[in-house]
Design a protein around this ligand. Structure first.
Ligand SMILES: [Zn+2]
Length: 271
């Protein structure tokens, strides 16, 4: 770092393999103590870690102790991550992350019907549960296998801002689902360094960038045919009587319609 190229610690850190989701926090933001309120209680070796992030000269004692230096390095990464989570909720931070989002730096949604929708990093937000009297969450994590976790309302975002709880995930604003990053080099990035509220803050500030919900949804063909009593070639029954939009349980529907199951378009034909 002290080479002739004079790369700042922040640029060096953000340029490391696996740190591509981070944006470079303005040093002015870090130098404002108000923005760092409370972090000294969360991060060990806070003072030295902050000096490292800001490229201030370390103590001679620290330079002579490589073991201590490693600890400071780890603390600096944690401190930067927690500062980063706050910074990306500011106008300047949102603008920087928006640029990365538009460039596809966070990857694209793997869902076919999302049609390569860019995604945004998000911290842990998939813990289900209702707000308890003490303000903490109850419940359990869901859907850990396969695709990922579905972001549902009713979460307690506060829990996710604690480092070490979960690795970063990616939020697709089109299908509103959450995915594990494709590359394993992002599987060790703490989700707390992005927070749970970031994508929603971004679209609240810039609603013009919120994509429309996907027009199509996958429906299995095989299952659709099974609904027709297992006969693949059986012609579809005539459309029920009544105006479009009337359900079979409305009083105006004919007795015949009432007897039929809810008949939408054959799911296979939607495709
Ligand atoms: Zn999607």
């Amino acid at each position: 770092m002290s080479s002739s190229e004079e790369v700042s610690w922040i640029s060096w850190f953000c340029g490391l393999r696996g740190n591509e989701f981070f944006c470079e926090v303005d040093e002015d933001y870090i130098q404002d103590k108000f923005n760092l309120t409370g972090l000294n209680e969360q991060v060990p070796h806070y003072r030295q870690a902050l000096d490292m992030i800001l490229d201030l000269e370390p103590d001679e004692e620290l330079e002579d102790n490589p073991n201590q230096s490693d600890l400071i390095e780890q603390a600096a990464e944690m401190l930067y991550g927690l500062i980063h989570a706050r910074y990306i909720l500011t106008n300047r931070g949102i603008a920087q992350m928006l640029e990365k989002y538009q460039q596809g730096d966070f990857g694209y949604c793997p869902r076919v019907y999302c049609e390569n929708q860019p995604m945004l990093p998000i911290g842990k937000c998939w813990r289900r549960g209702r707000r308890a009297a003490d303000g903490r969450s109850s419940g359990k994590e869901v859907g850990q296998g396969g695709r990922a976790w579905r972001a549902e309302p009713g979460y307690l975002p506060g829990l996710s801002d604690i480092p070490g709880e979960a690795m970063v995930k990616l939020y697709c604003p089109k299908c509103m689902d959450v995915y594990t990053p494709k590359s394993s080099r992002h599987h060790h990035t703490d989700g707390a360094y992005f927070g749970t509220g970031f994508p929603h803050m971004l679209f609240m500030v810039h609603p013009e960038y919120r994509p429309k919900r996907p027009a199509n949804q996958f429906v299995p063909r095989w299952g659709a045919r099974q609904n027709h009593q297992g006969s693949q070639d059986r012609p579809r029954p005539p459309h029920r009587e009544g105006k479009r939009g009337q359900g079979p349980f409305l009083s105006s529907a004919s007795p015949k319609a009432r007897a039929l199951p809810a008949e939408g378009p054959c799911p296979g034909e939607v495709l």
